[in-house]
Design a protein around this ligand. Structure first.
Ligand code: ATP
Ligand code: VIB
Length: 264
């Protein structure tokens, strides 16, 4: 079985290409209609394509200038200009729409589709435009503001991980990140201790697992069954720099993101 490796390098400042990086990723960013995480500018700087999901455009317009209080808000808005705004357009404000259309941002109204979420629409758009991104690199979609807030939205955001299970997608909030570990691969997760951990979890959200085996955790699983209503792994601790996971079921991996001023 092929090994899939994972590392949250998007939480570190961008570094010049070293040549030794085995499988570099090309990042795209989706900004949702939730308070921007404090590291939104960092995610933005990693991304080659920046897409706002409907009211996510209000967040960039309103909140990016607040993250740079010493700078002219107009300069900040011109600098953090999305490539695309997409959704059913029931949340973007008129003034925000006008501001970005004057900057010639592509605005795609899909109000006709009331069966998929704005995040789904944005991820589908990015996947359709994958060929125009770097062809030699694998695509990884970062989603800012995906957790916390309304529970139906949170679950809808998690469902997008399953709907697009062949694409790397990372859901982020200020406090944690989540991605899917497809059962088609064994997984090696490299924990970047300066920015993430130690709290972590492995969740059999889509279907129970009859057998999951891990290494590197405080409470490892050894050919263990997991299911909702039975055992799921929450409040686990990442002990090693490398965590390995092998499962007969798709699992969600989640790990805490460190706050600069907090003890853990
Ligand atoms: N409270 C929230 N919690 C988590 N995610 C949210 C929340 N509010 C919005 N989102 C995310 O931001 C996207 C855009 O939300 P927006 O408020 O612009 O439109 P919406 O009409 O509420 O969402 P949708 O059209 O997808 O049902 C949503 O698709 C969802 O992914
Ligand atoms: C069973 C079912 N439940 C809810 C919706 C409504 N819905 C789902 S996604 C979405 C957002 C569109 O931007 C809306 C309104 C539906 N269509 N089907």
């Amino acid at each position: 079985m092929e090994v899939m490796t994972h590392a949250s390098t998007f939480l570190l400042p961008p570094s010049p290409p070293s040549g030794s990086n085995g499988h570099p990723l090309t990042y795209a960013l989706v900004v949702l209609n939730q308070r921007l995480p404090r590291f939104a500018p960092l995610l933005w700087s990693h991304a080659r394509l920046r897409v706002c999901a409907d009211g996510g455009a209000n967040r960039i317009y309103d909140e990016m200038p607040r993250l740079f209080p010493d700078q002219d808000p107009l300069d900040v808005r011109n600098r953090y200009k999305p490539d695309v705004i997409k959704g059913d357009m029931d949340s973007i404000r008129d003034d925000v729409k006008e501001f970005y259309s004057n900057l010639e941002v592509k605005i795609v109204d899909e109000a006709d589709d009331q069966d998929t979420t704005d995040l789904h629409k944005c991820v589908a758009f990015i996947c359709d435009n994958r060929p125009t991104l770097d062809k030699s690199n694998q695509l990884c979609i970062l989603v800012a503001g995906a957790l916390g807030g309304r529970f139906d939205h949170e679950v809808g955001n998690i469902n997008v991980l399953y709907r697009f299970s062949n694409t790397r997608i990372v859901l982020l909030s200020d406090d944690c990140l989540i991605y899917l570990l497809p059962r088609t691969h064994s997984h090696e997760i490299f924990v970047l201790k300066s920015v993430e951990g130690p709290h972590c979890g492995l969740i059999p959200a889509g279907a129970p697992s009859a057998s999951t085996t891990t290494t590197g955790l405080k409470w490892n699983l050894d050919d263990t069954a997991m299911s909702f209503g039975g055992l799921i792994s929450t409040s686990n601790i990442a002990l090693e720099e490398k965590i390995t996971v092998l499962s007969d079921s798709d699992l969600l991996w989640t790990i805490s993101i460190r706050h600069p001023n907090k003890k853990i």
